[in-house]
Design a binder for this molecule. Structure first.
Ligand code: GLU
Length: 327
């Protein structure tokens, strides 16, 4: 994440948190899969990393099904993911929730932001935004997230017939410390722009839903893939606007295929095979290698339970070494 604006014009803002302090020093982590397909080695690795971190801290761990983007949701994928997690021994401490059943909560948070006059409506199509950006000399990469140029900011369209965007302060730089990646900063204006809170089709954005849920579910530690690192600054900004505490963040390196692409449904990642104990242990050992905790003790484990108990101990040692090195 970086900024191209002259440094003297920027407002620097501290988004890092002392996780746990505002919430009585507990640890509550989560895995928040989008049900766009079954778990593959990439999503299993993220699930395992967040589960291990929670257990190594003696904390709780929950699962939230992020089906807020309904057109991308695949029927039945949620149940398959839950079965796969269970087969891998990654058992949750609370009944899972589905974002599609929580719209009233996102609506209430949105209303708070509207009342603070931090929201405006936008009628621009993606094509119009692309054209405006191109006219101002921006070179667009395909599938790139567009930095909204603020076209509708002063237009006062009614709030109920259009996309709703967050009105950012100018030259706003968010800083935070990531437990894995270290110090981060992002100029929200040049990297993100006024981002969407509710789409024109009425669906709430991932950005809004995720921070409302993390807050309401009392999440103190977010451990997720580093493909989401660039979303974190705007999520911290939203938390600050709504008066929510900021959890601690840790972004794990995502698993890539031989072509260097993120494993995903689009890149034809295979579902993990849970039909017998050997195949589950094989998938867990693959994830452990990616997370940097592979060991002969794990490879020699005969049951999932023994494997996980050993992995928690190894993760604890890894945390102690990290803490020691960073003292
Ligand atoms: N639902 C997101 C995904 O499956 C993860 C969101 C998060 O962990 O904040 O990629």
């Amino acid at each position: 994440m970086s900024s191209m604006t002259p440094i003297q014009n920027l407002q620097f803002n501290q988004g890092s948190s002392q996780a746990g302090q505002q919430r009585g020093n507990v640890y509550k982590g989560r895995f928040a899969p989008s049900p766009t397909g079954p778990l593959h080695l990439g999503s299993l690795t993220t699930a395992l990393g967040s589960w291990l971190d929670a257990r190594a801290h003696g904390g709780q761990w929950i699962v939230r099904i992020e089906d807020v983007d309904r057109p991308r949701t695949i029927a039945g994928a949620d149940q398959i993911i839950l079965q796969q997690l269970k087969a891998c021994g990654l058992v949750w401490d609370e009944v899972p929730v589905w974002q599609s059943q929580r719209s009233h909560l996102y609506e209430a948070a949105l209303e708070q932001l509207v009342n603070k006059q931090l929201v405006y409506s936008c009628k621009c199509s993606r094509k119009q935004i692309e054209e405006t950006l191109q006219e101002s000399g921006v070179i667009l990469e395909s599938h790139e997230e567009l930095v909204y140029p603020g076209t509708c900011r002063g237009k006062l369209h009614p709030l109920d017939q259009a996309a709703l965007r967050m009105k950012l302060p100018s030259q706003y730089v968010m800083n935070f410390i990531d437990r894995m990646m270290g110090g981060q900063f992002q100029n929200l204006n040049s990297a993100v722009g006024d981002f969407v809170l509710r789409r024109a089709d009425g669906l709430f954005s991932y950005q809004l839903a995720v921070i409302v849920d993390d807050y309401l579910q009392g999440i103190t530690h977010v451990v997720r893939g580093d493909d989401l690192l660039s979303n974190t600054a705007r999520q911290i900004y939203l938390q600050q606007c709504l008066g929510y505490p900021t959890p601690s963040y840790m972004h794990l390196p995502i698993v890539k295929n031989d072509a260097g692409e993120k494993l995903s449904k689009q890149t034809q990642a295979q579902a993990i095979d849970i039909h017998n104990r050997e195949s589950v242990l094989k998938a867990l050992n693959y994830s452990a290698r990616h997370l940097g905790i592979e060991s002969s003790e794990l490879i020699e484990s005969k049951t999932v339970e023994v494997w996980l108990n050993k992995a928690v101990l190894i993760w604890q040692v890894k945390l102690q070494v990290r803490n020691y090195l960073h003292k």
